[in-house]
Design a protein around this ligand. Structure first.
Ligand code: XMP
Length: 214
């Protein structure tokens, strides 16, 4: 049984003590650019390095040539996984990043469908081709777009699907998992709560209850 379906989106610092209290009730932590800009790389590493979570995912939504993306990820070696955009294409970009991450036993997630209203699906076929060619560990599909989650689950049976957009952006906890996602990414609803641990526990329970029925 999974300990949790929640990945905490840390876009704002939480104390080490609070994180330590939450570690057994989280699947992973997603590190956002605002957090690293606030704390700097060294303090971010110090905050995260002793935590017992399955995955630390850096989400800078990389979208550059291979050389630059490799230079970014090599400075963030405390993470297991990195999120990059898929629209940047394969040759000279994602192929180089994927080779580098494979060689260093790190994982890649590619953005497939974003959670916000203005995301265009005009490039969906192209994005799917890039995902097929690169074969990342996982993909990011917005939790506000449940039909897309189901469709991507059908098209990429074995890939991990992580879904942001739950809570603050309007997605209902548990719906993304019921639609086919493996984990739900949740930020503000946890880190802005008066008691983040209580908020996490409540969300875990809602997801668990919903998953039993779907
Ligand atoms: P909140 O506070 O809204 O945080 O729970 C959501 C987190 O997820 C990120 N985010 C996305 N990342 N594709 C992504 O790769 C998306 O469609 C998407 N929507 C939100 C956001 O950066 C924040 O860390």
């Amino acid at each position: 049984m999974l300990k949790s379906r929640v990945i905490l989106a840390m876009d704002k610092p939480l104390s080490y003590q609070v994180l330590k209290e939450m570690e057994n009730e989280l699947y992973g932590i997603k590190v956002g650019l605002p957090l690293v800009l606030d704390l700097g790389v060294d303090k971010t590493r110090e905050l995260l390095i002793g935590l017992d979570v399955e995955e630390i995912i850096v989400d800078f939504k990389l979208a550059d040539i291979g050389y630059i993306m490799k230079s970014i990820v090599e400075r963030l070696s405390f993470a297991n996984s990195f999120i990059a955009h898929s629209f940047i294409g394969v040759k000279g970009s994602l192929d180089e990043l994927k080779r580098y991450l494979d060689a260093n036993s790190k994982n890649l997630y590619l953005v497939a469908v974003m959670s916000h209203e203005g995301w265009s699906t005009l490039f969906a076929d192209y994005i799917k081709n890039v995902i097929r060619e690169i074969s990342p560990k996982g993909i990011v599909v917005g939790g506000t777009k449940l039909d897309h989650i189901t469709q991507y689950r059908r098209d990429f049976e074995k890939m991990t699907i992580v879904s942001p957009g739950m809570g603050s952006q309007g997605g209902s906890y548990g719906d993304a998992v019921c639609a086919g996602a493996d984990y739900e990414i949740i930020g503000r609803s946890i880190y802005n709560a008066g008691n983040p641990l209580t908020a996490l526990r409540t969300i875990n329970k809602i997801i668990e209850d919903k998953v039993m029925k779907c």
